[in-house]
Design a protein around this ligand. Structure first.
Ligand code: BTN
Length: 326
């Protein structure tokens, strides 16, 4: 942890005033250095009161994406134990993949306050406005074959849905992994892998969650189909708290996935999906299929029962629409 993180820890620990001399002695630095670091914390948005003869007191913290704000809330053993928090980057998925190639440990997480080249699925762009949303990529080294990598997208979608539920936002998942509120998207997941034919080197699971964005942040074409936690709940949320919560929800499911496969996630996905039991139309590589969605199987394939047909069709790729729109 850096010096500013340790100063914050000391201020939080006491709750009240902490003397400059006490901070300096505890950290093994000069009082002038403490003062300098306090100034930097103020620049980062922390409200810190300084009173002569009493010391410093933390009044409020900003909604910052930084190591300290996330680490202090982490409940995980692996995910996020190495964190890279950037104020601005092209794409956190690209950064996480570069770290993966350099041999970074499993669970390394890259977050950014802003992305200038955020990427979505199918070569789309992911709008990544500064300061309001969560842009987070998790590096994993799972014991799977390349064909199983999309299962981690399903796992991430379920973990985000659970984290949003804890924030009081009721979401549904659309196959494979869009997280929706009603018919509006609140989160997208982009999973990318580095693999040989039969061996996965690493997987990067990137999540873009609309947290505190407002209608004005979305371009006209997205306004009718996008939403955020703030727009749904009327309350601003801490992005750092949400990041830590998502990582917690992901880790428990990931541990189970590595030991027992996708079964538990598949069951939860089926329960959280907006498609289950509904009539769906799938446009895939083998043409169009219309039928009732029966959830996903333990490989992550979408199950669609056609009228008069016997067993459900297994859909591995395609665009799904539900009768009535979404
Ligand atoms: C989608 O198309 O629905 C997936 C969007 C994924 C966006 C996230 S934001 C963090 C990470 N970095 C990227 O460039 N993309 C993913």
């Amino acid at each position: 942890m850096n010096t500013r993180g340790r100063i914050l820890e000391a201020l939080e620990g006491r709750g009240g005033f902490v003397s400059g001399a006490g901070l300096a002695a505890g950290l093994g630095i000069s009082r002038a250095a403490v003062w300098k670091q306090i100034d930097r914390l103020k620049d980062e948005g922390y409200a810190i009161e300084g009173v002569r003869s009493r010391g410093y007191r933390l009044l409020s913290r900003p909604d910052s994406i930084n190591d300290h704000e996330i680490s202090r809330r982490l409940t995980t053993a692996v995910l996020g134990r190495r964190l890279l928090c950037l104020s601005r980057t092209g794409s956190t998925n690209t950064d996480a993949a570069a770290l993966g190639r350099e041999g970074a440990v499993e669970g390394t997480v890259v977050l950014a306050n802003e992305q200038t080249a955020g990427r979505g699925r199918l070569g789309r762009q992911w709008l990544s406005v500064a300061g309001v949303n969560l842009y987070m990529s998790v590096l994993l080294r799972p014991p799977i074959v390349p064909a199983q990598a999309p299962q981690l997208s399903l796992l991430a979608g379920v973990a985000v849905a659970a984290a949003l539920e804890a924030e009081g936002v009721d979401t549904r998942i659309k196959w494979p992994n869009d997280v929706l509120v009603g018919s509006r998207k609140i989160c997208g997941v982009l999973t990318e892998i580095e693999a040989e034919a039969d061996h996965v080197g690493f997987v990067v699971v990137g999540m873009g969650i609309n947290v505190n964005s407002l209608d004005k942040h979305f371009p006209d074409e997205l306004k009718p189909i996008a939403t955020s936690i703030l727009m749904e709940s009327g309350r601003a949320s801490s992005r750092a708290a949400l990041a830590a919560r998502v990582l917690g929800e992901m880790e428990t499911r990931y541990q189970d996935f590595c030991r027992n496969g996708l079964a538990a996630v598949a069951a939860e996905w089926t329960q959280r999906s907006c498609l289950s039991g509904k009539e769906v139309r799938v446009n895939g590589p083998n043409g169009e299929i219309v039928g009732i969605c029966a959830g996903i199987d333990s490989d992550g394939a979408l199950l669609v029962k056609q009228e008069g047909g016997g067993t459900a069709q297994r859909i591995l790729a395609g665009d799904v629409t539900m009768r009535g729109g979404v």
